[in-house]
Design a protein around this ligand. Structure first.
Ligand code: MEV
Length: 315
C-alpha cells in the first residue's frame, strides 16, 4: 500500500494547456486548466532515519544525504533539499512516498503535480503550512530541473487547481469560465520530454527568428481571443481557435503524424476544435466536445489509435 502507516497525505492534479504552449515561453499569454480527476499523490510520515523519498513508478528510493546514482535520483533528492531549505529544517528525518496516476512524458504536467503533492506532504510532516505563492515558487524550481527553461504555467495551474490565463512575469490571473467545457484527452502513446520539445523550438527560433516570432504573435492573439470566448461562453469560437492554434504549432514543427491523425479524427467525429496539448512531438491531444458528440469523438479517437481516452469538464 502506498500510504501504509504514513499519516500526512496530499495530492495535486494533472493539467492541460488549452492554448498557447511554447509561445508562452517567449512571453505570449497561454491558458491552462487542471484535470481534477487525474492526480499525483504523496504521503509522508516520521521515522528515525534521514529523510528519504521513494517513487513507486521509478521503483527508486533516495535519502537526502546519500550519493545519487543518476539524474532522476538527483531530482528526487533536490526536491527534499529545496523543501527542507525553505522550512529551515536541519537534519530532517522521515519517509516520503510519491505515486502518480498521470502518464509520464505525455504533456500532462506529471512532474509539477508530483512536486506539488510531495512538498505539501513534507510541510505536513514538519508541522508547517506553505502558502500557494511559495509552493508555486518551489515547484517552479523543480520544473527548471525537469524542463530547463519553463515558462511557469505548469506549476501555476497545478498549485492553484484553477484555470489560469498565464503570462510570464505577470500577476496570477485566474479565469472565470462562463460555460463549462467538456474536453476529451487522447494519448498518442508516444512519450516525449517537454525539455526536448522546448529545445526544438529554441533551435527553430535561433535559425528562423522572424517566421517563428510571427507564429508566436499569432498564437498570443489566439490565446487572447480564446479568453474572451471562454468568458462569454462562445464554445464554437473557442473550438475554432484551438484548431487554429494546432495549425500554428504544426507550422512550428512540433506536431507529429500521430498527433495530426488524432486531431483530424476528433474533428471528423464532431469536435468543435482540437489541438496537441503540452510540449507536443507526441503526448496528448485535446478536443472540445459537447454532450451530444463526446461518445462519438471518444470512439473515433480509440479507432484512430489513441492508447487512452478520457474526458473531463473544465469549469
Ligand atoms: C508545457 O506544458 C508547456 C510549454 O509551453 C513549456 C512551458 O511553458 O514551460 C511547452
Amino acid at each position: 500500500m502506498l500510504c501504509n502507516g504514513l499519516p500526512f497525505r496530499s495530492s495535486a492534479p494533472a493539467k492541460i494547456i488549452l492554448l498557447g504552449e511554447h509561445a508562452v515561453v517567449y512571453g505570449m499569454p497561454a491558458i491552462a486548466a487542471p484535470i481534477h480527476s487525474l492526480r499525483a499523490y504523496a504521503c509522508a510520515g516520521p521515522s528515525d532515519t534521514a529523510l528519504s523519498i521513494r517513487s513507486v513508478e521509478l521503483d527508486k528510493r533516495v535519502a537526502i544525504d546519500a550519493p545519487v546514482p543518476d539524474d532522476s535520483a538527483r531530482a528526487m533528492q533536490r526536491l527534499l533539499q529545496i523543501t527542507c531549505d525553505y522550512f529551515g529544517v536541519r537534519k530532517p528525518t522521515g519517509d516520503l512516498v510519491i505515486r502518480s496516476d498521470i502518464p509520464f512524458a505525455a504533456g500532462l504536467g506529471s512532474g509539477a503535480a508530483v512536486s506539488a503533492a510531495a512538498i505539501r506532504a513534507l510541510a505536513a510532516l514538519f508541522g508547517r503550512r506553505i502558502p500557494n505563492e511559495d509552493l508555486n515558487q518551489l515547484v517552479f524550481e523543480m520544473e527548471k530541473i525537469h524542463h530547463g527553461t519553463p515558462s511557469g504555467i505548469d506549476n501555476t495551474v497545478v498549485v492553484y487547481e484553477r484555470p489560469v490565463y498565464f503570462e510570464r512575469g505577470k500577476d496570477l490571473d485566474l479565469l472565470t469560465v462562463e460555460r463549462s467545457c467538456r474536453i476529451v484527452i487522447a494519448d498518442t502513446g508516444c512519450a516525449t520530454m517537454t525539455r526536448d520539445a522546448v529545445g526544438r523550438i529554441r533551435q527553430r527560433y535561433n535559425q528562423r527568428q522572424s517566421d517563428t516570432q510571427e507564429a508566436f504573435l499569432r498564437i498570443g492573439q489566439v490565446a487572447r481571443d480564446a479568453r474572451h470566448a471562454l468568458e462569454s461562453g462562445k464554445q464554437r469560437r473557442l473550438g475554432a481557435l484551438m484548431s487554429e492554434n494546432h495549425r500554428l504549432l504544426r507550422h512550428l514543427g512540433i506536431s507529429s503524424p500521430e498527433l495530426d491523425k488524432l486531431v483530424d479524427a476528433s474533428i471528423a467525429a464532431g469536435a468543435m476544435g482540437a489541438k496537441l496539448s503540452g510540449g507536443g512531438m507526441g503526448g496528448n491531444i485535446i478536443a472540445l466536445v459537447d454532450r451530444s458528440t463526446v461518445q462519438a469523438v471518444r470512439r473515433a479517437l480509440s479507432l484512430a489509435g489513441a492508447v487512452s481516452v478520457i474526458d473531463f469538464v473544465m469549469n
